[in-house]
Design a protein around this ligand. Structure first.
Ligand SMILES: Nc1ncnc2c1ncn2[C@@H]1O[C@H](COP(=O)(O)OP(=O)(O)OP(=O)(O)O)[C@@H](O)[C@H]1O
Length: 285
């Protein structure tokens, strides 16, 4: 079993703002995820959750603010060019450096992610999907892997991938084309791909999207199990409240890019601002 080391910072967002032109998608957001925790990020549609994940994983450079992974600053930025005039959040002038990492570099540091819309190599087999993900963490490129140039390393890669598929209950399907898998299995394969990069921090963007209550319940158990088996810290975005309340050690709630509440599930469930943010949205629909 993985021993939770509460208080040891795995991920920290500090005053992160992400602005697209005049639209402030993430607004001066500060959050922390500690080693061994399962933390959820929730909020109404368009609240800025996926944008926050995109900043953490290097897809977008934030307009302002900093991100730390295991205490090390991996991202920092400040408003430049015409954004100096357009900037519409707080802490202007606080950040003076530009530290950027590519998504690949962030993966190599130990951060893996799944996407809201499943992103598999649809024409490739289950096994190939996992193997390609594994190569992302390594120096090995597709060429050397294909021609088994580093034979010993490649042999181990393949064994590791097979073991991963076994642990995740996908071994029987290893030669199936990814797109032929049922939806729930494709989601599982996405998680297998993320795990193949040997992450310490796993970001899950709506892992239960499109699942029925039974599948969602199974997913809850599955996430708990892989968290323990792979010694992970998990940060997830999810709309299924049963899953969120059941699985989370702590929850952050954002609306219009800003934090409106944070706490343990019981605190969030009864928080009037959270209820209002959600009811406001459903009332408009
Ligand atoms: N590349 C972009 N260019 C312009 N606006 C963007 C971009 N990416 C996101 N946005 C805007 O940022 C806001 C937040 O979007 P985001 O997808 O992060 O919300 P979300 O909380 O993940 O929503 P959902 O729960 O519906 O997935 C939205 O208004 C969206 O239109």
């Amino acid at each position: 079993m993985h021993e939770n080391v509460k208080g040891e910072s795995m991920l920290r967002l500090e005053n992160v703002t992400m602005q697209f032109g005049g639209v402030v998608s993430v607004n001066n957001l500060s959050m922390e995820v500690n080693k061994g925790e399962i933390v959820s990020l929730i909020g109404p549609n368009g609240a800025g959750k996926t944008t926050a994940f995109n900043v953490i994983t290097g897809v977008y450079a934030p307009t302002n603010g900093a991100v730390y992974f295991k205490g090390e600053k991996i991202i920092e930025n400040y408003p430049k060019g015409k954004m100096r005039k357009l900037y519409a959040s707080e802490n202007y002038g606080k950040y003076k450096n530009t530290i950027e990492k590519t998504p690949d570099q962030i993966t190599k540091l130990g951060v893996a992610r799944t996407f809201q819309n499943i992103r598999l190599f649809k024409e490739l087999s289950v096994f190939e999907n996992v193997l390609i993900a594994k190569h992302m963490r390594q120096r090995a490129n597709l060429f050397s892997a294909t021609f088994m140039i580093n034979y010993a390393e490649e042999k181990k890669n393949r064994e590791d991938c097979m073991r991963l598929l076994e642990i995740l209950g996908l071994a029987d399907l290893k030669d199936e084309v990814a797109s032929s898998l049922p939806y729930g299995k494709q989601r599982r394969l996405e998680i297998a791909r993320a795990l193949a990069t040997s992450p310490e921090l796993l970001l899950l963007d709506e892992p239960a999207a499109g699942m029925n209550p039974q599948e969602t319940m199974e997913l809850t158990q599955f996430i708990r199990r892989i968290k323990d088996d792979f010694k992970l810290t998990v940060f997830l975005i999810e709309h299924h409240m049963n899953l969120v309340m059941d699985i989370s050690d702590r929850i952050y709630v954002i609306d219009f890019g800003k934090e409106i509440a944070t706490g343990i599930p019981a605190e969030i469930q009864n928080n009037p601002r959270v209820i209002e943010a959600y009811l406001g949205v459903s009332g408009d629909e």
